[in-house]
Design a binder for this molecule. Structure first.
Ligand code: UDP
Length: 329
C-alpha cells in the first residue's frame, strides 16, 4: 500500500511510518515541522514539508504522489491545557486543516481514511474500562476538534463514500524498540518522558499532580499503550476498511496504572531514585481512564505486543538514553 501520512514527523505518526515501511508498504509524509522532527521520518519515506492550511500545497502533493491506498491523519495540536487557552489555534489548525485535507481527498477519490482520535472524548465515563459506545463528551477544545473530525468523516462517508476508522488513543507511550525514534514534545507535558528526564538528571524531581483521588494510592490511573502497538492497530484498521465498513476503536492496553506505579516502574528500569514532589491536582484530570479495547481485538485480531508497563518504560528509556536531547535543536 502507498499511504499518505500527515504529521508523519510527529511522535505517533513517525512510529506508524516505521511500521509501514518495515512491513513493506510505501509512505509519503506531509508535515509542517511545527511540532514534528525531520530526523524522525524514516529515511525510505518520501518527506514533503507543507501545511494543511494551504489547500494548494495539498493539491500539489496529490499531483506529485497520488494515488494513495489511504490517508492516515495525525497532524494536529495535542495539548488539552493549551487548547483551553488558545481555542482558535486548535479550531483552525486541527479542524480547518482536516477540512482542507478532506476536500482534496474526496476530489481525488481517496477511499480510506484513518483519524488519530482521543480518549479525551470520554469526559464523563459511566463505565471504566471505557467501551466505544460511551457518551461522547469532549473534555476540552482539543477533544472537541477530534470530535468534529469524527463527525466530518461521518458526512464524508454519506456524501462521498469515504471509508474511515477513528482510533481513540488512551496514553500513547514507549518508543521504537531499536531506540532510533521516540517521544520529543516541546514543551514536554507527558508523565513518562518527564519521569525519564529526572532519571537523566535533567530535572530535579517529578511533580505528582494530586494524591487525593479516589484510587488505591490516591494518584490518577491511566492506560498506557505502546506506540508500536498503536502503529499495528493503524495498519490493521486500514486493511480492514477494504470490507467497506467504517469503524471506531478504543486503543489501550486495558490495564490501568497509577502515577506512583509508573514512577516505581521507572525506578526499577533506570536504577535512579526519581525524587517526587507532590502537588495539587491538575485542572481537568479524571481519576481513572482505562480503555476497553475488546472490540478491535475481536474484530481485527489486534494483539498488543508491549502490553505491560515495564516494556513501555524500557523502550522509552532506551530512546531517552541514546537521545538525551531528543532530536536536538
Ligand atoms: N502527571 C503528573 N505529573 C506530571 C505529568 C503528568 O502527575 O508532571 C499525571 C497527570 O495528572 C495524569 C497522568 O500523569 O494523571 C498522565 O498524564 P499525561 O499528561 O502523561 O497524559 P494525560 O492522561 O493527561 O493524557
Amino acid at each position: 500500500m502507498k499511504i499518505l501520512v500527515t504529521g508523519g514527523a510527529g511522535y505517533i505518526g513517525s512510529h506508524v511510518v516505521y511500521r509501514l515501511i518495515e512491513q513493506g508498504h510505501t509512505a509519503v509524509v506531509f508535515d509542517n515541522l511545527v511540532a514534528g522532527h525531520q530526523q524522525a521520518v524514516h529515511p525510505s519515506a518520501t518527506f514533503i514539508q507543507g501545511d494543511l492550511l494551504d489547500t494548494n500545497a495539498i493539491r500539489d502533493l496529490f499531483e506529485d504522489h497520488a494515488p494513495f491506498s489511504g490517508i492516515m491523519h495525525f497532524a494536529s495540536h495535542i495539548q488539552v491545557g493549551e487548547s483551553m487557552r488558545e481555542p482558535f489555534k486548535y479550531l483552525r489548525d486541527n479542524v480547518q486543516a482536516m477540512t482542507n485535507l478532506l476536500e482534496v481527498a474526496t476530489e481525488q477519490g481517496v477511499g480510506r481514511f484513518i483519524l488519530s482520535s482521543t480518549a479525551n472524548l470520554y469526559d464523563h465515563p459511566t463505565r471504566v474500562p471505557i467501551p466505544e459506545d460511551e457518551p461522547l463528551i469532549p473534555g476540552s477544545v482539543y477533544g472537541e476538534t477530534k470530535f468534529m473530525g469524527e463527525r466530518l468523516l461521518m458526512w464524508m462517508e454519506k456524501i462521498y463514500g469515504l471509508r474511515h476508522a477513528c482510533l481513540r488513543y488512551f496514553n500513547a507511550s514507549g518508543a521504537h524498540p531499536d531506540g532510533i525514534i521516540g517521544e520529543d514534545h516541546r514543551p514536554e507535558t507527558h508523565l513518562i518522558p518527564l519521569i525519564l528526564q529526572v532519571a537523566l538528571g535533567q530535572r530535579p524531581h517529578i511533580d505528582v499532580f494530586g494524591t487525593d483521588y479516589d484510587t488505591p494510592d490516591g494518584t490518577c490511573i491511566r492506560d498506557y499503550v505502546h506506540v508500536m502497538d498503536l502503529a499495528d492497530a493503524h495498519i490493521l484498521a486500514l486493511e480492514a476498511l477494504a470490507d467497506g465498513r467504517s469503524r471506531t476503536y478504543n486503543l489501550g492496553s486495558g490495564e490501568g496504572y497509577s502515577v506512583l506505579e509508573v514512577i516505581e516502574t521507572a525506578r526499577r528500569v533506570t536504577g535512579h531514585p526519581i525524587p517526587v514532589q507532590t502537588g495539587p491536582r491538575r485542572a481537568g484530570d479524571l481519576a481513572r481512564l482505562v480503555a476497553d479495547s475488546s472490540k478491535i481485538k475481536a474484530e481485527l485480531g489486534w494483539k498488543p505486543k508491549y502490553g505491560d508497563l515495564q516494556s513501555i518504560v524500557e523502550t522509552a528509556w532506551r530512546w531517552h538514553q541514546s537521545h538525551p536531547q531528543g532530536y536536538g535543536e
